[in-house]
Design a protein around this ligand. Structure first.
Ligand SMILES: [Zn+2]
Length: 246
């Protein structure tokens, strides 16, 4: 086993969790993937997105995103595109603060689909670490191909937690503090999805568990098909100061 999971998971914390249901993604027309970027540029040193995932990653994400300007500086230093948007309050419990639109990581080739996503800067920073330090290297190592597209189900949704029953708890999606990840497209044409890959062939399942396990060290709350049936087709990646992984 690569590492122990959920050291702090208890039934009590489970009750405090935000969980989610997918917002159905729009199916877009086939896209032409850009060529791999030049690797001749000198690597940037010091940006969190460039650091391998370790025991301190989650704390560093929280710390480096405590201030919007600092968070944006981290993304800029790592050549991750992020366009800030004004704070807004949609309802008493829904809205977005210190947020923006996460675009491509210019250090890699993967693109978000069905499009770039509006989220908190903290979520954008955590996702940027995850896609550069986990998702993309894990695909190369385990699947032998490069991620060209990251399929997601969105970040913002003004609603309560969907845990398969009735809940009065507010979902982290109400503040765009979580992204639902559905799968990836690879350069060799393969499509890997949480819904079929979790119980799929050995390599796909290993890849998905690797990126889930890594997410647990980057995000506050990570929920997978191992958690409940509501998450059978996606990973819920939530960058809040909660602590839960399953
Ligand atoms: Zn979710």
């Amino acid at each position: 086993m690569r590492r122990a999971l959920c050291p702090f998971a208890t039934a009590a914390t489970a009750l405090l969790l935000a969980s989610c249901s997918p917002m159905l993604p729009e199916r877009s027309a086939p896209v032409r993937y850009p060529a791999a970027p030049s690797r001749t540029e000198a690597p940037l040193v010091g940006a969190l997105v460039d650091q391998p995932v370790g025991g301190g990653t989650r704390g560093a994400v929280i710390r480096e995103s405590a201030d919007l300007q600092q968070c944006m500086a981290q993304l800029t230093a790592a050549r991750v595109t992020f366009r800030p948007v004004p704070d807004r309050s949609t309802t008493e419990t829904c809205g977005l603060a210190s947020g923006g639109v996460l675009g491509p990581d210019l250090g890699t080739t993967a693109r978000m689909a069905p499009g770039d996503v509006e989220m908190t800067c903290r979520t954008a920073l955590a996702l940027s670490v995850w896609r550069r330090q986990s998702l993309e290297p894990a695909a190369r190592e385990i699947l032998g191909s490069e991620v060209v597209q990251i399929d997601h189900m969105g970040a913002y949704a003004c609603r309560n937690v969907n845990n398969g029953g009735v809940s009065n708890r507010i979902s982290a999606h109400s503040q765009a503090a979580a992204l639902d990840f559905a799968g990836v497209r690879l350069r060799d044409g393969r499509r890997i999805t949480v819904s079929t890959g979790w119980a799929g062939d050995e390599a796909e399942a290993r890849f998905l568990r690797r990126i889930r396990d890594d997410a647990c060290r980057i995000f506050g709350t990570t929920l997978s098909p191992d958690y409940n049936a509501v998450h059978a087709d996606h990973l819920h990646l939530e960058a809040t100061d909660t602590r839960f992984c399953r």
